[in-house]
Design a protein around this ligand. Sequence first.
Ligand code: NAD
Ligand code: TYD
Length: 351
Amino acid sequence: MTKRILITGGAGFIGNHLVRLFVNSYPEYQIYNLDKLTYAGNLENLKDVESKPNYHFIKGDITDKDEMQNIFKSHFFDAVIHLAAESHVDRSISGPDEFVLTNVVGTVNLLNAARTHWAGKMEGKLFYHVSTDEVYGSLGPKGAFTEFTAYDPRSPYSASKASSDHFVRAFHHTYGIPVVLSNCSNNYGSYQFPEKLIPLMIHNIKYEKPLPVYGKGLNVRDWLWVEDHARAIDTIFHKGKQGETYNIGGNNEWTNIDLVRRLCGIMDTKLGREAGTSEKLITYVQDRAGHDMRYAIDASKIKAELGWEPSIEFDKGFETTIDWYLEHSDWLNHVTSGAYLNYYSEQYADR
Ligand code: NAD
Ligand code: TYD
């Protein structure tokens, strides 16, 4: 069956993996990638699919309410998978306003556009909202977030995502929009912007720069391979129950310092450096304000109800990821130098 699917934020880290998966797995679907191309959006990530007949790019800004209404009016979408967001906690601490605008107002603009253009024909429609485990707050040494854990966001980023989750559920209950949500743990993998922990550390190890570990490095994150997240979204999109929320996690907890040490060891071997060389670059820096101590996801619902679980062992995914960044130094250099920002104007000048 032909479906016209709007994916927002498809030029970002998780979005490009999801767009690639859908474009390649479902040639019968038309995939519309709507992205503003902020600093985090990079169309170079999608070079391998840009000429496929079922892929379309729309440069658009979800914070522009009229633009969203017009795009919905002209495209007759059957479904939305909404990923576009400001996603970096540290940026949300230095400038929360952009997070409210993009993550809250942007989401409401999309919901309103769906409400207007799906009115009286909700059958077969779906608004899938992609969210984060950070909405649940911070855990002590034990336990894990379930779908019933009360929301307790503690950073401007997580507060904005929590608010957007609430609006998605409110539009479901109030206006009958068919929705589904997922809350996922930290992702790692190729094409992640090197402001986030793993690509930043890979870049700094490679160029022998200090490795900034916040506080004592004892905060814990549950890491999931990004392609497994994309697979989970595919599963939920096709098999999830309307109105439901699914937690997605890697069952793979690491303290930041253990993860960085592990990375240093692997990189020393790959770069032909003496064991212990890169660890010397570790530099403890001032902690992030309000730094959440621990995240862990109980992903038993998605496994029991939809049969999804991570496909790859962390050792393998981590090494594959490191190899990818080492083999794609052009990508990393373009991103760190800002050269990728020219790609859109060069590639799409006459479109
Ligand atoms: P990202 O920052 O890499 O990409 C975000 C994308 O959204 C970029 O392409 C950017 O250009 C686009 N965008 C930003 N503002 C926009 C606007 N106003 N209009 C249109 N497009 C805009 O983010 P990511 O890591 O890929 O995360 C994607 C989604 O998944 C986010 O909603 C995030 O909250 C969620 N999430 C991320 C993780 C993670 O570990 N990265 C984990 C769980 C959930
Ligand atoms: P990050 O990748 O920013 O993801 P999030 O804050 O959404 O979990 O950070 C992952 C962890 O690594 C988090 O505990 C903060 C820490 N961190 C550092 O210690 N140093 C850094 O330079 C960065 C970017 C993060």
